[in-house]
Design a protein around this ligand. Structure first.
Ligand code: BGC
Length: 451
């Protein structure tokens, strides 16, 4: 028997974006540069030398973009605030014009009955703070608290959902261990320190929110179920290491007040002792978890891989997206159920889920068709629904992404948008997936019954 796919009445149907990936005008109106501005302007760091200087030009086209969201029927939108627009030096002097932009965005969203979810940090750290050590400097927890306080004071009267950090694991693995993301370091010793300071900063922001906030605050993590490539003890242990490193490193301290067993062994001599008092701060109760899900990973033991001694295995019968990620909707259900069981059934939003596939060029007057992305969307929403039926407290789904945008070091070469952006003219065109999403939203899910 087919399921009815009726989502709860108050379910949030949204799209997600982040500041540096869409806004453009990174230095406008007094904003201070970020690590991503510096990184993308460093030769060789991004595909084709692409930068966020214009990106989707959302900073100047915000009203048009909100109208498109409304036209799709979205009742929620997840965006991030650029720290350097609000505090150009990261701390100290407030740049009112930067805050004004988010103020106007929130007002426009509410006019269209779209619930805003604001993320405080989606990777674009003010360069001025990076020059003082960035995530390696323990003072950053206080700097982040100061920034959070400014954002809450200005926007919490209207923003009901706040996320402290986006994917701290990616910040440290990409930014401090492998160097593919800003600030581009490659240092095993720095990695756990950056991770710990991200957690302390998260805890401080939650603390500030409890003093002055009126609504709800959580964190966004990326979860990727890890499956051993074989039954051999070596592969099983490799999958467990990968799971501890990626999926538990940030959630365990927040929900259980300690790092997961096995993490210290992964970092070896690079693992410091942490002041035990830090965990009281880190484990301050949060109101929800934002889960970003894209793929699972089949893992085998591989002694040459540093420091995990594990590497991913290609599954010959699976479909892969253009970012090389296996399409596996079942693993979304598994990730949601794992989160429910591990973290005491928290309220959860799927804060990102989406796919980069090749989109044929826009033919004038024609709709841009993207059947692979449509299939991905449909299957993952069915998988999300299965988790809901299994008792997961799932409150909303945010497709990644509203617009094709700057896919970090891949530049504009990977398109995740439901809306196509021509990166010469910045013209927006709905893709078939946007129209499918509109129908899904309008039917509160029941369109998913169609094959
Ligand atoms: C990030 C997004 C990114 C997406 C696709 C997530 O890791 O939060 O900023 O564009 O994945 O790679």
């Amino acid at each position: 028997m087919t399921s009815a796919f009726q989502f709860p009445d108050n379910f949030l149907w949204g799209c997600a974006t982040s500041a540096y990936q869409i806004e453009g005008s990174p230095l406008a109106d007094g904003a201070g540069p970020s690590t991503w501005h510096r990184f993308s302007h460093t030769p060789g760091m991004t595909h084709n030398g692409d930068t966020g200087d214009i990106a989707c030009d959302h900073y100047r086209r915000m009203e048009e973009d909100v109208r498109m969201m409304s036209d799709l029927g979205l009742n929620a939108y997840r965006f991030s605030i650029s720290w350097g627009r609000v505090l150009p030096e990261g701390v100290g002097k407030i740049n009112e014009k930067g805050l004004d932009f988010y103020d106007r965005l929130v007002d426009r969203l509410l006019e269209h009955r779209i619930t805003p979810m604001a993320t405080l940090f989606h990777w674009d750290l003010p360069e001025a703070l990076d020059n003082r050590g960035g995530w390696l400097n323990p003072c950053i927890a206080g700097w982040f608290a100061e920034y959070a306080r400014v954002c809450f004071a200005r926007l919490d009267d209207r923003v009901e959902l706040w996320a402290t950090l986006n994917e701290p694991w990616v910040v440290t693995d990409g930014g401090y261990l492998h160097g593919a993301l800003a600030p581009g370091h490659r240092n095993l010793f720095e990695t756990p320190i950056a991770g710990h300071n991200l957690l302390r900063a998260h805890g401080r922001a939650v603390e500030v929110y409890r003093e002055q906030g009126k609504h709800r605050i959580g964190i966004v993590v990326n979860i990727e179920p890890k499956v051993p490539a074989s039954d051999s003890p070596e592969d099983r242990e490799a999958a467990e290491r990968a799971h501890v490193y990626m999926n538990r490193q940030y959630l365990d301290p927040i929900f259980h007040g300690r790092y997961p067993e096995g993490l210290k062994a992964i970092f070896g001599e690079a693992w410091p002792e942490w002041p035990s008092g830090d965990f009281e701060l880190i484990r301050r109760p949060i109101d929800f978890v934002g889960l970003n899900y894209y793929t699972r990973s089949v893992v085998r033991h591989d002694a040459s891989q540093y420091p995990l001694k594990a590497s991913p295995v290609h599954m010959p019968h699976s479909t892969y997206t253009e970012t090389g990620w296996e399409v596996c909707p079942q693993a979304l259900t598994d990730a949601l159920i794992w989160l429910k069981d591990e973290c005491g059934n928290p309220a959860v939003y799927i804060t990102e889920n989406g796919s980069a596939f090749y989109d044929p060029p826009v033919a004038e007057g024609n709709r841009l068709d993207d059947p692979l992305r449509q299939g991905y969307l449909r299957k993952h929403l069915r998988a999300a629904y299965a988790a809901l039926k299994a008792g997961v407290d799932l409150r909303g789904y945010f497709a990644w992404s509203l617009l094709d945008n700057l896919e970090w070091s891949h530049g504009f070469s990977k398109r995740f948008g439901l809306i196509h952006v021509d990166f010469t003219t910045r013209e927006r065109t709905l893709k078939g997936s946007a129209e499918l999403y509109r129908r899904i939203i309008a039917s509160n899910g029941s369109v998913l019954n169609e094959t």
